[in-house]
Design a protein around this ligand. Structure first.
Ligand code: MG
Length: 352
């Protein structure tokens, strides 16, 4: 089957810049792709790389899409190197949506769509979403509001302020949490080994679900050492951008959690196959993609095989400050209703 391929690049400001180990992230760059098959069916995909996670850059992603030309076969798209995980993810989404009519179904439902709504496969699936809490003292004001809104899973960014202040705040945060709620800490690779040891011994007697990326991704021996030395679960995030890194850490016996950003990890079916065969303990997480990639991911998570018991890391808020790109608000629980609230064509048209 021959597809007509079109793409549009985007540069979207992040009104509240996101903190990264490489400084503030002020603008999200990526590309949307559109595939049209010979029957005229259209599907959309999004390449949203994060170069400081070790992925391709947005420029490389766009160049790889452009290099495919405006007429492509499924075989040509499957031959895009695994290193270009965000591009492979985008093309796979667009092809799947086009051939299965999902792109349309996600937007305006047609009569054909209503006869076989995807949600009917798992009508009752409701997945908890982790709410992202602000770093520092602001967490104490925000947490009660999130609890009130119904969140029961939280992630708090640490390694931002003074070590002693943050350790003291941890107890204040835990004191606010009811026993059924869970707390994740994310250091974004910002601690040195000594600081990480202080935190992990502090967390050892406390109900912390896991600590994410305590050391820089390059300190692999340090990460393995911490995982062996403390009873707290550790999660890798920055260390495992693509499927190749996920496979490697899992194969080498990583005992903890692996944060999976599906938008960076290549074709969804390949990811599913790896999770099922390896039985890796994964958390699905946002790569600050727009609604186009997010819709594909959340649709797959809601309607596909159950791959994790852990809350979804998609409670990142309205990062673009624009409904066209953020999509419908994601609350404490995600269900199939979320899939009805947008039209992917709007995003495509907005870049015309
Ligand atoms: Mg993280």
């Amino acid at each position: 089957m021959l597809f007509r391929l079109d793409y549009r690049v985007y540069r979207l400001p992040l009104p509240t810049p996101l903190r990264t180990a490489h400084g503030p992230w002020v603008e999200r760059e990526g590309a949307l792709v559109q595939l049209k098959d010979e029957a005229g069916r259209v599907g959309y995909g999004e390449a949203a790389p994060i170069p400081w996670f070790g992925t391709e850059t947005a420029t490389e992603a766009a160049a790889a899409i452009r290099a495919l030309g405006d007429r492509v076969t499924a075989e040509q798209m499957a031959a895009v190197p695994e290193r270009l995980g965000s591009v492979r993810f985008a093309l796979d989404c667009a092809m799947a949506e086009g051939t299965q009519g999902l792109g349309r179904r996600l937007g305006k439902a047609s009569s054909a769509d209503e006869t076989r709504p995807e949600a009917a496969f798992h009508p009752g699936r409701r997945l908890p979403v982790t709410g992202l809490l602000p770093a520092g003292r602001a967490v104490l004001a925000e947490l009660p509001k999130r609890l009130e809104a119904g969140f029961v899973s939280f992630k708090w960014k640490v390694g931002v302020g003074d070590l002693g202040d943050e350790l003291a705040l941890l107890d204040d945060v835990l004191a606010l949490l009811p026993t059924h709620a869970k707390l994740r800490l994310d250091a974004n690779g910002g601690w040195d080994r000594r600081t990480a040891a202080r935190w992990l011994s502090r967390c050892a007697e406390r109900p912390v679900e896991f600590v994410e990326q305590p050391l820089a991704p390059a300190d692999e021996d340090g990460l393995r050492g911490l995982a062996g030395d403390y009873p707290v679960s550790l999660a890798l995030d920055e260390a495992v951008a693509g499927l190749a890194e996920l496979r490697r850490w899992q194969a080498e016996g990583w005992p903890g959690v692996l944060v999976v950003k599906p938008a960076l990890a290549g074709p969804w079916p390949d990811l599913v196959e790896w999770i099922r065969t390896s039985r890796a303990d994964v958390v699905f997480s946002s790569a600050i993609e727009t609604v186009v990639a997010r819709a594909a991911i959340l649709r797959s998570v809601l309607t596909g095989p159950e791959l994790t018991q852990r809350a979804l890391g998609f409670g990142v808020g309205e990062v673009f400050g624009n409904r066209c790109w953020d999509g419908p608000v994601i609350g404490p629980v995600l269900d199939a209703g979320w899939l009805q609230g947008f039209n992917l064509e709007d995003a495509w048209t907005a870049l015309a």
